[in-house]
Design a protein around this ligand. Sequence first.
Ligand SMILES: Cc1ncc(COP(=O)(O)O)c(C=O)c1O
Length: 380
Amino acid sequence: MLQGLQPFLALDIFAQASELEAEGRGIRHLEIGEPCSPPAPAVKQAVARHLEQERQGYTAAKGLPALREAIAGYYRNQHDVDLDPGRIVVTTGSSGAFILGFLACFPHGAKIGVTRPGYPAYVNILAGLGFEPVEIELKPQDDWRLDVASLAAAHEEHGLAGLMLASPANPTGAMVGRERFAEIIDYCTRLGIRLISDEIYHGLNFSGSCTSALEITDDAVVINSFSKYYCLTGWRIGWMVMPPDCVRQTEVLAQSMFISAPTPSQVAAMAALEERAYYDAQRERYRANRDVLVKGLEDIGFETPHGGDGGFYAYVDITRFSNDSITFCRELLENADVAVTPGVDFDRTNGHRYVRISFASDRPVIEGALTRMADYLRGR
Ligand SMILES: Cc1ncc(COP(=O)(O)O)c(C=O)c1O
């Protein structure tokens, strides 16, 4: 049996919250990282039209050619990058893309750098596939941004074959600016480290612009998804752009592991790419939510809460109230009906001092949660 896998506590909290809900409690859900907005109306219409067709079959393993052309168009319009659609592979969410990317690009047992705090699935997927994750610590005083010195220290100690980096990041919302990103990519290129750039929160940036690794290099594995910005979490659809030398290998793996991504979801994705005005409006809602949340947390007395540069999470220092984020989250749920995620999910070393709060829900949910948190924490 595999050792070292860690449960995703956000989902455990969600399960506990759902049980309380079944007992009639009105839970404020701020634990799960998904938008509460529906997909754009045109997306639902496109899928409804698709469902009229008789044939509901597979697509090519790399995805519908029209969708891959449309994704290439996205890079042209958003990033000024001219991309060969042949390098694009449509996947079952970015989660499916990680599996393909790691297997296609790295030998068994390769050491891959991951940031801590970071999205916990990276470590579990890497360990599950027989790779070795190497954690690189990020610091709050650096606004949780990776720098070349920390990367170089990890490489000198462990000999990294790859680096997994998300910007904007989960759980901190930190973005590395273009200049810093170029430095990191330059270091990776010189030292033969393959970058896997998780760009799933692109489009959800509140300050500065999101730089795609494709603007700087053709050698990175670039992963993206329709889950977050495009509000299609449940459709399990994403994509990856592979370095030219790994395309065929990825395609062969995709044929065997997934056959193809779900066809109706590919139709939804194609329509979603056309609806940026709708999705930008959702981003502006998250921005307003973030500001309300940060102000509310400040008023309650949390230490300098920060809503991040992008994404839809605040990673909040709870040490004024507790030094044990798991107990803090359980008690908050049981006593105040507010569900948030323990930082331990994202950082097994220092996460006991933090919680992650999602602000992707509706404003009244956030305001209600703040009121309940204030009443509970002040009354303790
Ligand atoms: C940083 C990051 N990458 C990838 C994923 C996986 O998303 P999906 O498989 O829905 O594309 C998530 C989900 O929360 C995430 O936060």
